[in-house]
Design a protein around this ligand. Structure first.
Ligand SMILES: [Zn+2]
Length: 183
């Protein structure tokens, strides 16, 4: 059976990031437009902002994935009812099977895209809870190595949940999940 619950959690994160960016963009436009805007226009802008956020939510892939999964389940139910129905024709059953295959293919393609996107975004999200990256920096350190001075760079990453990694080593635990680092 097709499962997508991890993808839903992931896309909820992405969805909220997208919604946040949209909100920032619209707020920026609001500020730019402010000097000419009447109070009425500002009100319209605010309701526009609310609509945009609503749209971003409605179009987020987690909801799309959920509705595709629901559709697959529904079609499976319809198909098994048709197969038990003595009056159903072979054509009806074949049509339903084709519909189920097409929907399943779509859902699987979406899952592949989601997995690919997650791979691309992996470095920007806390591996424990999916919180966004707050800061990534490289710190240089001069050390003496075999009588010579060499620069060593340290990769420093901290996520919004407090999860902190220096050169791949966990320095601070994720406060959201508060789990022990996987060794
Ligand atoms: Zn975390």
């Amino acid at each position: 059976m097709f499962t997508i619950s991890n993808e839903i959690i992931f896309w909820t994160q992405v969805g909220s990031i997208i919604a946040f960016i949209v909100a920032l963009f619209v707020l920026y436009r609001l500020l730019v437009d402010q000097k000419d805007a009447t109070i009425q226009l500002q009100k319209e802008n605010i309701s526009y902002l609310k609509d945009q956020l609503g749209d971003a939510k409605a179009q987020s892939p987690d909801l799309l994935a959920q509705s595709l999964t629901n559709r697959v389940n529904l079609l499976e139910g319809e198909l098994s009812r048709l197969e038990q129905d003595k009056t159903a024709t072979q054509d009806q059953i074949s049509a339903k099977e084709a519909e189920l295959t097409a929907t399943r293919t779509k859902a699987e393609a979406l899952t592949r895209q989601v997995l690919h996107a997650r791979t691309l975004l992996k470095d920007f999200l806390c591996p424990k809870c999916g919180a966004p990256l707050a800061e990534k920096a490289y710190h240089y350190e001069s050390v003496e190595y075999q009588g010579r001075e060499v620069d060593v760079d340290h990769e420093y990453m901290v996520f919004e949940c407090g999860y902190e990694v220096v050169d791949g080593e966990v320095r601070s635990l994720c406060k959201t999940t508060n789990t022990e680092p996987v060794s």
